[in-house]
Design a protein around this ligand. Structure first.
Ligand code: UT7
Length: 332
């Protein structure tokens, strides 16, 4: 029987800091509203001349490799979670493989939005447990800033979503590291948070760029209230599912790293589950909601701050577009 463990974590965020004040100059919003409703104080947006999803992912991956005392050549397979790939196709996995100078290893793209990193971790875990691979690079990276509507019409998403990348090296181990993963979806709510185009099920003329007059469908559409209501229920459900599967209680969690969707969602879960401040890690204040990248960025920072120690139990949980939701329980 093989087990998998996280051998190293890394992250990279663009240098360009976008404050709430900056957004107030672009649209009808203000610092008080954003902080009160989301907890976000600033976020990072890419410089399109230098940053890509794949090259941010490569920087995060190199940090994770270094912390794991490994090199690029040790990687057997790549699982790349993103809903904002550099190209419509191929996916960003192959671009990361190229960026890291790797030859011919497999690269799989995962499109499960905010739950993407946990889905990716789960896939990597199964590959290692089955004996197929020994070392898998798992990445979550996103560039949301170029797709959001920065006019007042798009303010409910523009103030939240942001850019960044996080990576984990998952490696075969003798002792269980990843204890269990739990993946869910409910496609009835697909259109509550989505970007419609470039979708394929459209008359040909609607996919011909020279004929597109209305570009609304290329932007993020979110029914914030609906997403929020489902998120708080599913987050708790899937955390409890992970604990029950491992005969643990909330007191066994050393650190909960929730997807950084909205500080109010994290605080709600913390309060309802009776978790202490030390048991929950949040960094949304500094980075906004970076979709699939948020969990690995948060884990990487928490680790660097000494908040994840040997033998600790780490709980990851996420909810997002799809709807999809997921959790993972990890023994460090
Ligand atoms: O990543 C995973 C998936 N995403 C999430 O989990 C996000 C879940 N949803 C949310 O985080 C929240 O619903 C939002 C932060 C998006 C919105 O917060 P809310 O408390 O649900 O606000 P609301 O949509 O109910 O809007 C309240 C008011 C509205 O004005 P009226 O109709 O009351 O006059 C909005 O037009 O706030 C207005 N508003 C804004 N005002 C200033 C919406 N966005 C903004 C804004 N600045 N950026």
């Amino acid at each position: 029987m093989h087990y998998s463990k996280i051998a190293g974590l890394g992250h990279h965020v663009p240098e360009n800091i976008i404050t709430n004040e900056h957004l107030s100059g672009l649209m009808d919003t203000n610092n008080e509203w954003i902080v009160e409703r989301t907890g976000i104080k600033e976020r990072r947006w890419i410089n399109p001349e230098t940053d890509t999803v794949a090259n941010m992912a490569a920087k995060a991956a190199r940090m994770a490799l270094q912390r794991a005392n490994l090199t690029e050549k040790d990687i057997d397979f790549i699982v790349f979670a993103t809903i904002t790939p550099d190209y419509f196709f191929p996916g960003s996995g192959v671009l990361l493989q190229r960026e890291l100078g790797l030859e011919s290893i497999g690269a799989l793209d995962i499109r499960n939005a905010c739950s993407g990193f946990i889905y990716a971790l789960s896939v990597a875990d199964q590959f290692i447990k089955s004996g197929m691979y020994k070392t898998v690079l798992v990445v979550g990276a996103e560039i949301q800033s170029t797709a959001i509507d920065v006019s007042t019409r798009g303010r409910n998403t523009a103030v939240i979503f942001a850019d960044g990348a996080g990576a984990a090296i998952l490696q075969r181990s003798e002792k269980p590291g990843v204890l269990s993963t739990h993946l869910h979806s409910d496609g009835r709510f697909a259109e509550e948070l989505y970007v419609r185009d470039p979708g394929s099920s459209r008359p040909r003329e609607e996919r011909q760029p020279e004929q597109i007059l209305d570009t609304t469908h290329f932007k993020v559409v979110m029914n914030g209230n609906q997403v929020f209501k489902h998120a708080v229920v599913r987050f708790m459900e899937v955390i409890k599912e992970a604990l029950a599967a491992n005969n643990m209680t909330k007191d066994d969690i050393n650190l909960l790293v929730p997807h950084q969707a909205n500080l109010r969602i994290s605080q709600y879960i913390q309060e309802k589950m009776g978790l202490s401040d030390e048991q929950v890690y949040n960094n949304i204040m500094r980075y906004g909601n970076t979709t699939a990248a948020s969990i690995p960025i948060a884990m990487s920072e928490a680790w660097a701050e000494g908040k994840i120690k040997e033998n600790d139990v780490l709980c990851l949980a996420a909810f997002g577009s799809g709807f999809t939701w997921a959790s993972a329980l990890i023994r460090w």
